[in-house]
Design a protein around this ligand. Structure first.
Ligand code: ADP
Ligand code: TRP
Length: 367
């Protein structure tokens, strides 16, 4: 009995180890198939949805927090990904820039591996039904729920004019999530509160008007929930601390070499490695055995933070080699990218129309 139990334990440990290897260097977890966090079974038929604003060049925080999980999940459920151009209007009033960023974000996402034959990929504003649903949701959304949102306060603190749209941003995001009957929403940690607001709004609406909406769940991966920027704060377009996914090699090398570090001399055996931003990023881009080797070298002394940053640059640059090639190919064919987005909208729109029709009916609109 005892030996069968220990055999079982050994098998269990091996299974966990194999899953970890399969998860790659970022330690992916918290998906429905993950036995560590207790979610069951597979995602077949599950609706997965996420969006990204076209408000600037995408960075490796966006990549690890949202793009990479989204791309992985497209293999395992029914994925809907969109470019949140309505949302971008809350902080950017430059039509040329909005269109340019929309094109660029589409290219970036596709180049990183979004497969439009598996995932439905579209521009948010090509399905305008979502704006009407946002209105229906807004009449049941308590002001106090929105007043609690950190992102509104952060944005006005950064100088974005406090408009009604900026304040109501989470309601539109709830409409995005609910209109496609989404079950899983892969995002970085900064969006968790918004997904919780969507859950609260859905529950309130359902309680008042009947079971119209499915209640979604956020999907946040601990290991990559908040990627630090070159200054140690959360990496964000608005903090000027990003390392972009795509761009000029020389400029990006300079950026990586500018990561803030402490002043331990080259010869010193390094301490505080876990807190070092270059180390935290390096670990994401290399397999476990390579990061283990680097750790030994840093602890031994004679390897400086500069060496670590140079190794980080190489790992990061190599990691995106294929994506860069993909991107160059796609950029040469802008009509194809436009075709993909339109085709995505054509697939998404009937679902949005059906949900909106149910919501209109339930509140008493129409005959
Ligand atoms: P930014 O802060 O640069 O404007 P967005 O708000 O457009 O980024 O975020 C797009 C997606 O990328 C969201 O799912 C967000 O949670 C994720 N994300 C952004 N920055 C990070 C980060 N530093 N670490 C992890 N995920 C991030
Ligand atoms: N607010 C998200 C961000 O800034 C973008 C977004 C809009 C989104 N609608 C969404 C993300 C719906 C997930 C689901 O990153």
């Amino acid at each position: 009995m005892g030996s069968r139990l220990s055999e079982f334990k050994l098998n269990f440990v091996l299974l966990i180890a194999l899953m970890r290897i399969g998860q790659g260097s970022a330690g992916f977890c918290h998906t429905r198939a993950c036995i560590e966090c207790g979610r069951s079974g597979n995602l077949a038929g599950m609706r997965i949805l996420s969006g990204i604003q076209p408000s600037g060049a995408l960075h490796i925080g966006n990549y690890w927090g949202m793009i990479s999980p989204a791309i992985e999940l497209q293999e395992r459920g029914e994925a809907f990904y969109f470019i949140a151009d309505y949302h971008a209007l809350t902080s950017l009033h430059d039509p040329v820039a909005i269109r340019r960023h929309t094109r660029e974000v589409a290219l970036d996402f596709l180049a990183c591996g979004l497969d439009p034959t598996r995932a439905t990929f579209f521009r948010q504003s090509d399905v305008p039904e979502v704006a009407e649903l946002a209105w229906l949701l807004s009449v049941v959304t308590p002001m106090s729920l929105l007043e609690k949102c950190h992102s509104y306060k952060d944005k006005i603190a950064k100088g974005i004019p406090p408009s009604h749209g900026l304040f109501a941003y989470p309601v539109l995001m709830a409409a995005d999530i609910l209109i496609y009957e989404s079950e899983i929403v892969p995002v970085g940690r900064d969006q968790k509160q918004h997904v919780e607001v969507a859950r609260d709004i859905a529950a309130k609406f359902n309680a008042q008007f009947g079971e119209v909406f499915r209640i979604p769940e956020p999907e946040i991966r601990d290991a990559v929930a908040t990627i630090p920027g070159v200054d140690g704060q959360k990496m964000s377009k608005s903090y000027d601390n990003t390392i972009e996914i795509f761009g000029d090699e020389k400029a990006l090398r300079k950026r990586v070499m500018s990561i803030k570090t402490d002043s331990q001399p080259l010869e010193a055996p390094k301490t505080g490695i876990e807190e070092n931003v270059a180390w935290q990023l390096f670990r994401l881009f290399v397999p476990a055995h390579e990061s283990a080797k680097m750790l030994i070298k840093l602890r031994a002394g004679g390897t400086g933070w500069g060496d670590l940053k140079a190794a980080l640059f190489d790992a990061y640059w190599n990691y995106f080699t294929r994506a860069r090639k993909n991107r160059a190919g796609l950029a040469a064919d802008p009509e194809e990218v436009e075709r993909i987005l339109r085709q995505g909208a054509a697939r998404a729109r009937p679902i949005a129309r059906a949900t909106l029709a149910r919501a209109r009916q339930s509140v008493g609109l129409g005959p």
